[in-house]
Design a protein around this ligand. Structure first.
Ligand code: XIL
Length: 357
C-alpha cells in the first residue's frame, strides 16, 4: 500500500510496461537520495523501470568528504542498502571530477602540492575499498578532457598539481582497491565533437597499450534533438572497437541549447508541441537502436538516464531554461519518448531472438 498517494497514481504509473524487464542490458537513472526517500511515487517508478542505481551527486567528492579528510558515508551506505533490497546494481559516480572537488582540497593542494597525489590514493582506496563488491563500476575520472575540441582540461587542481598522470593514477588506485570493479572514463559531447572524441580514444588506446586498468568508456549522452544519428553511431562503434564496456551514462535529449556552463541556457522553445513530443520519441527510439547495433552485446554495460522525468530534470535547474529532456512528464506520466525508448528496446529482443533461430 502506498501511503499518501491515490489509487489513480498507482494504476496509471505501474500499468506501463517495466523498461528493465524489456531490456537485455541494465537500465538506470540518476537519483537524488534525499528527495527520493520522501517520495513514494518516485521510488515505485524507479523500482518498476530500473535495475541500476546511479547517484546524481550523492557519491561525489564534495558530498562524501565535505570537510578535511573526514569521510561521511551515511548516504552512500543508505544507497547501497536500498539497491540491495531492490536487487539493483550500484554504479559509482564519480571519483575525480574538477567540478565536485571540494574547496578545501584545492586550498590544501595549493599550499602543499606534494600532498595531493597521496591524498588521491588514500581517498580512492578507502572509498572503493569500502564498497568492494558492492559498487559494480565507477566513473573513475569524469570530464578530464577540454570542454570543446582536442586536448585535456588543464585548469583543474588535479592537472595543475599532478599533471596528466592523475588520470591513470586514479585508475590504478581504484583497480588496486577493487580488481573486479568496472572502471570507466566518462565525458560529455564525445558522441558529437570528433576532436574531443579522438583525444579520448588516443588516451584509451595508450592506457590499453601500457596496461593502465581502464575497462569502460562512459558517453554521458546529454544530447540535443539535432545531433545527427550518424555521428553518434560512428563514435559509439569506434569506441566499441577498443573492446571496452560502453555505458550511455547520463542520457537526456533537449530541444533548446546552452553554452555548457551553469545558467547558460538558450531558450528557443518555450513550450512543447505534440509534434515535438513525437519527434523526441523517435530520437529516443533511434538512440537505443544505435546503441544496440553498434555496441556488441557483451560490451553493453547499460543505459542510464540523467533523471527520468521533466519535473526533476537537472537541465532546468542547472542551465536555468525550460526544456523537456526526459521520458516522463512533470506529472510523472510517460511521454511519447517513453514508448519510443521501449520500442527501441523491444526491437533488440526481436532481432536477438531471430538470430538464435
Ligand atoms: C549534475 C547534477 O545532476 C546536478 O544536480 C548538480 O548540480 C551538478 O551535477 N555531468 C555529470 C554529472 O557528470 O555529475 C552532472 O550532474 C551533470 C553533468
Amino acid at each position: 500500500m502506498c501511503i499518501g498517494c491515490t489509487q489513480n497514481d498507482l494504476s496509471s504509473n505501474l500499468d506501463n510496461p517495466s523498461l528493465h524487464n524489456n531490456s537485455s542490458f541494465p537500465l538506470g537513472t540518476a537519483v537524488r537520495f534525499k528527495p527520493f526517500q520522501k517520495d513514494a511515487q518516485l521510488r515505485r517508478l524507479q523500482q518498476h523501470h530500473f535495475d541500476s542505481y546511479t547517484a546524481g551527486s550523492d557519491m561525489k567528492m564534495n558530498q562524501v568528504m565535505p570537510t578535511e579528510e573526514r569521510f561521511d558515508f551515511s548516504i552512500v551506505d543508505s544507497i547501497i542498502a536500498y539497491a540491495e533490497e531492490h536487487n539493483q546494481r550500484v554504479f559509482g559516480h564519480n571519483l575525480v571530477w574538477h567540478s565536485s572537488t571540494p574547496e578545501w582540497v584545492r586550498q590544501k593542494a595549493k599550499q602543499n602540492p606534494k600532498w595531493l597525489l597521496p591524498f588521491l590514493k588514500g581517498y580512492i582506496q578507502s572509498y572503493v575499498g569500502r564498497y568492494k563488491g558492492k559498487v559494480h563500476g565507477w566513473d573513475v575520472v569524469n570530464e578530464g578532457l577540454n570542454t570543446k575540441g582536442a586536448g585535456f582540461r588543464t585548469d583543474t587542481i588535479w592537472y595543475e598539481t599532478i599533471g596528466l598522470e592523475y588520470i591513470e593514477k586514479a585508475f590504478e588506485y581504484a583497480h588496486e582497491a577493487d580488481p573486479d570493479a568496472i572502471l570507466f572514463y566518462n565525458d560529455f559531447n564525445i558522441e558529437r565533437d570528433l576532436e574531443k572524441f579522438n583525444t579520448m580514444i588516443e588516451m584509451v588506446q595508450d592506457f590499453q597499450k601500457r596496461g593502465v586498468p581502464i575497462s569502460g568508456i562512459g558517453f554521458q549522452m546529454h544530447i540535443r534533438m539535432d545531433i545527427p544519428n550518424d555521428i553518434i553511431a560512428y563514435t559509439l562503434k569506434t569506441a566499441a572497437e577498443t573492446g571496452l564496456h560502453i555505458h550511455l551514462s547520463e542520457v537526456d535529449i533537449i530541444f533548446n541549447t546552452h553554452d555548457d556552463t551553469r545558467g547558460g541556457g538558450i531558450e528557443r522553445y518555450t513550450e512543447i508541441t505534440p509534434e515535438m513530443l513525437v519527434a523526441q520519441a523517435k530520437k529516443y527510439e533511434e538512440l537505443v537502436k544505435i546503441y544496440m547495433t553498434t555496441v556488441p552485446k557483451d560490451q553493453q554495460y547499460g543505459i542510464t538516464f540523467w533523471g527520468f522525468n521533466d519535473r526533476d530534470t537537472w537541465i532546468r535547474r542547472f542551465f536555468k531554461m525550460r526544456d523537456w529532456p526526459t521520458i516522463y512528464d512533470e506529472n510523472l506520466k510517460p511521454k511519447p519518448a517513453f514508448y519510443g525508448f521501449l520500442e527501441g528496446l523491444k526491437s533488440n529482443q526481436i532481432s536477438s531472438k531471430s538470430n538464435l533461430n
